[in-house]
Design a protein around this ligand. Structure first.
Ligand SMILES: Cc1cc2nc3c(=O)[nH]c(=O)nc-3n(C[C@H](O)[C@H](O)[C@H](O)COP(=O)(O)OP(=O)(O)OC[C@H]3O[C@@H](n4cnc5c(N)ncnc54)[C@H](O)[C@@H]3O)c2cc1C
Length: 379
């Protein structure tokens, strides 16, 4: 891990004690309700919004937030289902959409700011005859930083492994404002995937690219710029009844997992209109992300999805489904679920869920990288 700077003070820094006046263009007070894709809750007013445009600015924001005794709630594109990006009363919503830069500075890779939607990165590199090995399903969903915070599975993972296997380097700002450059060989690296913004704010990443078939375009060395992501990130277009719940399991358990999901669907048919069970495999990789699925080797991702039946009590029905998955996992301790992004109750205990092997290490990393609990504090 390389240590770049403890904090970068500059014009961005303001000595005011009210964050509402902390550099007028950087910090805004908001009353309007903010939601996420799951729509199970809302932000609590008043809160503040800040939109740094570089890792250096981000570092200043984190340091200043701590000095002002304010908590930061990191917000990518609000495409999670569990209220994790919604600012609580008095918190500062850290909008990552200003981290929208890119640079092609090393063949076969691209360096991108964490606020850019994954699909926009793919579109950018496709213009040069390359593509992202792993990409989310479901259209213009997560930002790069949000995808890391969740873990990252999707198209291409069956061949290339999870997102963690396709990132070469992360630049992260810790809860103390330190700018950390973390290579994929660093033991800390895999812990950021699925860490829900609790170990640091992802500022940028260097991504592995694959060449598209038949394309012989030269690598666009030196090409750089910014991608306008703001207009789309302000809105969360969601079918409010849509849900999906994913279980990760060893490949040998696939048959049993499918049977158990079918039985769950039968028991909850009054709560939801289910579509067919989805399934794909996540290829074995040299990097294992302990917070997503702690066992080495290939694993299966299988889940139920559909829409909660209309007619009131949406939350009760949704959380009943989520509880049913939790119950399943209690009976199958080797199985995991995608807690980082899907609907879990606000009271969900992540450390207990991670279990005695992973939970204590995560807690230790949290206390060393964010000693003052400035970032995404627990409720
Ligand atoms: C339509 C749709 C399709 C999806 N498809 C897939 C898929 O195929 N595969 C998959 O794995 N997931 C998928 N997801 C889930 C998605 O990847 C996660 O919910 C992801 O966290 C959302 O990213 P976001 O930028 O919207 O983050 P937000 O929802 O804004 O935030 C989610 C969490 O990440 C934290 N966070 C956000 N940015 C950062 C950052 N820069 N640094 C640190 N923490 C940060 C937030 O604080 C919060 O805790 C999908 C979601 C939707 C709505």
């Amino acid at each position: 891990m390389r240590f770049l700077a403890t904090c970068v003070w500059g014009a961005f820094l303001c000595s005011c004690s009210d964050p509402g006046t902390l550099g007028a263009s950087q910090m805004e007070r908001r009353e309007l309700g903010m939601i996420d894709y799951g729509r199970t809750g809302e932000s609590v007013a008043p809160y503040y919004v800040v939109r740094p445009a570089s890792a250096a600015e981000l570092s200043v924001v984190v340091v200043e937030a701590h000095r002002l005794k304010k908590k930061l709630r990191i917000r990518g594109r609000g495409h999670s289902m569990n209220q994790s990006s919604l600012p609580r009363k008095g918190e500062i919503s850290l909008d990552t959409s200003g981290l929208n830069y890119y640079e092609f500075d090393s063949p076969g890779t691209v360096r991108v700011g964490a606020g850019v939607p994954m699909t926009d990165i793919d579109e950018l590199v496709r213009g040069y005859g390359m593509s992202l090995p792993v990409l989310n399903d479901g259209g213009r969903g997560p930002s790069l930083g949000g995808y890391v915070a969740a873990g990252g599975i999707g198209r291409g993972a069956t061949v290339h492994g999870g997102f963690w296997a396709n990132v070469l380097q992360l630049v992260v700002v810790s809860g103390s404002g330190e700018i950390l450059v973390i290579d994929r060989t660093d033991p800390l690296f895999p812990w950021f995937f699925g860490s829900m913004g609790r170990l640091g704010v992802v500022a940028e990443a260097r991504l592995q690219l694959v060449a598209e078939n038949q394309v012989t375009q030269p690598y666009p060395v030196g090409a750089s710029g910014r991608i306008d992501v703001r207009s789309a990130s302000a809105r969360v277009d969601a079918d409010e009844n849509l849900f999906w719940l994913t279980v990760f399991a060893p490949v040998v358990d696939r048959k049993r997992l499918r049977e158990r999901l079918e039985s769950l669907m039968a028991r909850h048919s009054e709560s939801a209109n289910f579509t067919e069970i989805y399934e794909y495999r996540i290829a074995s990789a040299d990097v294992v992300a302990p917070l997503v699925y702690p066992e080495p080797g290939e694993f299966a991702a299988m889940g139920v999805w559909g829409s909660v039946r209309p007619g009131g009590e949406r939350f009760r029905k949704l959380f009943a489904l989520s509880d049913a998955i939790d119950h399943l996992l209690r009976e199958e301790p080797g199985w995991r679920r995608y807690v980082q992004t899907e609907a879990v109750r606000p009271s969900f205990d992540h450390l207990e869920y991670f279990g005695p092997r992973v939970g204590p290490v995560f807690a230790l990393l949290e206390s060393s990288l964010d000693p003052h609990q400035v970032l995404n504090p627990r409720n």
